[in-house]
Ligand binder design. Structure first.
Ligand code: PGA
Length: 249
């Protein structure tokens, strides 16, 4: 049975104090979740929030890491540094990183390898933009993203990968993919994994849906056989909403 998961992605929101308050609220509310619960926070929150969540089932993720191991890269944060905070996961390949910070397949391949080398579990995001969906190119886009940055991994390394299908047109727009669109794409992604790593690996891979997933639509999305949970942006910033989504999984 593959891991079911609800992961938050706070993005560039919350001061340290606000983040600590939200994590404290979540720690109180999330006691015996039926799924893996992860919160992705800005770098500056990681150490404090990881410490605060000790003894809680909630795990911590970074939202990014550097594509270099260490050295003269002013302002960057390495995978080793992230791991040293107590974070267990690292969101990589988010469409905002791809679009605004020009993270291409090669850069992301390096980041994924460094995350794995340092014991972090990548939550690797893929998904097409609106024009690509309108042109019916979503499958080829997602395939290229996988081939470009993660299908180089060994069978052993693959076991630590979680995928998040996030159609870019659905992120922060209120335009959620329909449960059918999500299921179709998740099943397609699983078929690609089966081709590359075999059926068992495909069955064991957690594939999250992300893009305007919220307290109202989560249950309907998660009811699909290939949708193993969600990567939640906006709705992860309010504890009651995030808890409703966790309960829906
Ligand atoms: P959203 O973001 O839930 O605010 O649409 C999802 C994401 O970008 O991970």
């Amino acid at each position: 049975m593959r891991t079911k998961m609800v992961a938050g992605n706070w993005k560039m929101n919350k001061t340290l104090q606000e983040g600590v308050a939200l994590a404290t609220e979540l720690k109180k509310a999330v006691k015996n979740p039926k799924c893996e619960v992860v919160i992705g926070t800005p770098f500056i929150h990681l150490a404090t929030v990881a410490e605060l969540l000790k003894g809680s089932p909630i795990k911590v993720a970074a939202e990014n890491c550097a594509d270099k191991a260490s050295g003269a890269y002013t302002g960057e944060v390495s995978a080793a540094m992230v791991a040293s905070t107590g974070a267990e996961y690292c969101i990589l390949g988010h469409s905002e990183r791809r679009a605004y910070y020009h993270e291409d397949y090669d850069i992301l391949r390096e980041k994924v390898l460094l995350a794995l080398e340092n014991g972090l579990k990548p939550i690797f995001c893929i998904g097409e933009v609106k024009e690509e969906r309108e042109a019916g190119r979503q499958n080829e886009v997602v395939r290229a993203q996988l081939e470009g940055s993660v299908f180089n991994l060994s069978q052993e390394e693959w076991k630590n990968i979680t995928l998040a299908y996030e159609p870019v047109w659905a992120i922060g727009t209120g335009l959620t993919a329909t449960p059918q669109q999500a299921q179709e794409m998740h099943a397609y992604i699983r078929s690609l994994i089966a081709e590359k790593y075999g059926k068992e690996a495909a069955e064991n891979t957690t594939i999250l849906y992300g893009g305007s997933c919220n307290a109202k639509n989560a249950a309907e999305l998660f009811a699909n056989p290939d949708v193993d949970g969600g990567l939640i942006g906006g709705a992860s910033l309010k504890a009651p909403d995030f808890c409703t989504i966790i309960a829906a999984r």
